[in-house]
Design a binder for this molecule. Structure first.
Ligand SMILES: Nc1ncnc2c1ncn2[C@@H]1O[C@H](COP(=O)(O)OP(=O)(O)OP(=O)(O)O)[C@@H](O)[C@H]1O
Ligand SMILES: O=P(O)(O)OC[C@H]1O[C@H](OP(=O)(O)OP(=O)(O)O)[C@H](O)[C@@H]1O
Ligand SMILES: [Mg+2]
Length: 299
């Protein structure tokens, strides 16, 4: 448990999740004085301190109650939970939210020259990975007996370097696999960044602050998933036009100066307005169709 009255949040110092975490804090209205070298950043407008650490330290810091919250990739969380259970260390966290960044998959891959291979090919092979616990669980489930080579980075070079026959690593665009002449196989796990909370947090001020931040987080997520749509529509085709608009409630209808036949429609849509829909709207006589991003949204 932390003795400080300020909420402590652990994030990755530099890497795949750090910029997204900083942007998220900005969107949540948390002002930070972040300087490259500083490991702790104090918020200037809320009782919050940000601890900037190595990504694989984040789950442990939250599980041990050293930090109250953390933002971590699910892959790292699951791996650390398994590792800590094995060592009989605290491994519980409360998962507060799945975030909309850090998407990647943990997948098997092998040298391209082998072509398509069957799962049985992995029997008695060596597989290099940074995530031995997740991979072992998968291999046990699939009745594959393979040996693991643990590497904390540059996993993709393992087959070419003769360290392993295949790998199990994170993939997002697939560019790293391709650059290393590897073919992507089965996805073992899909992962997103998530917000986790320490189970030992028992300070009412901190809980109240978290309760204040969670609706903001939801609002930011909702705003990102929503678009504000404005268009001009002929009154005679209103029903057909509204039927085409995705996931909207009743739109706002406004009169247009100098026109009895055309009105302006404004609405919030939770779905993407595809080009095809915009073309169909146009065919029904709609014009001046604007699709705009929303910055914040609270219902
Ligand atoms: N290519 C990717 N695209 C999207 N998300 C990714 C990608 N690679 C990794 N991630 C996510 O970001 C997390 C951190 O990855 P990153 O490579 O930045 O850190 P690291 O090298 O494991 O750790 P650190 O440098 O902090 O010690 C991963 O565990 C995963 O959840
Ligand atoms: O499918 P891609 O888009 O190519 O991304 C996959 C790569 O990204 C991550 O590494 P990262 O680039 O973060 O480098 P690191 O090994 O130094 O952490 C991951 O470990 C892969 O190597
Ligand atoms: Mg990495």
């Amino acid at each position: 448990m932390t003795d400080t009255k300020r909420l402590r949040i652990a994030i990755q110092k530099s890497g795949r999740l750090s910029t997204d975490c900083q942007n998220l804090f900005k969107q949540l209205g948390i002002k930070l004085n972040l300087r490259e070298q500083k490991l702790i950043a104090h918020s200037t407008n809320m009782p919050i301190d940000i601890l900037r650490v190595r990504h694989n330290d984040i789950p442990g810091l939250v599980m041990d109650g050293v930090c109250d919250l953390g933002i971590v990739g699910e892959n790292e969380l699951v791996e650390m939970q398994a590792e800590r259970q094995r060592l009989s260390l605290p491994s519980k966290v409360n998962k507060l939210a799945k975030l909309d960044f850090g998407y990647c998959r943990l997948a098997l891959a092998w040298p391209q020259e082998l072509g398509l291979i069957d799962k049985n090919w992995f029997q008695d092979k060596k597989i290099a990975t940074t995530y031995p616990a997740i991979l072992s669980e998968y291999l046990t489930r699939e009745n594959i007996s393979a040996s693991l080579v643990n590497l904390s980075g540059s996993v993709e070079v393992a087959p070419r370097a003769g360290l392993a026959d295949a790998i199990c690593d994170l993939v997002s665009t697939g560019a790293t696999l391709e650059a290393n002449g590897l073919m992507q196989g089965e996805t073992i796990m899909e992962s997103y960044a998530c917000l986790i909370q320490s189970p030992t947090l028992d300070c009412s001020n901190k809980s109240a602050l978290i309760e204040k931040l969670l609706p903001r987080l939801k609002a930011v997520k909702q705003a990102k998933e929503s678009k504000y749509i404005m268009l001009h529509a002929p009154k005679a085709r209103l029903k057909e036009i509204c039927d085409l608009l995705p996931g909207t409630g009743q739109p706002t209808m406004l009169a247009l100066a100098g026109s009895d036949e055309i009105v302006a429609l404004h609405m919030v849509s939770q779905e993407t307005l595809f080009w095809e829909t915009m073309e169909s709207l146009k065919q029904l006589g709609a014009s001046s169709i604007l699709v705009m991003p929303i910055e914040k949204m609270m219902e």
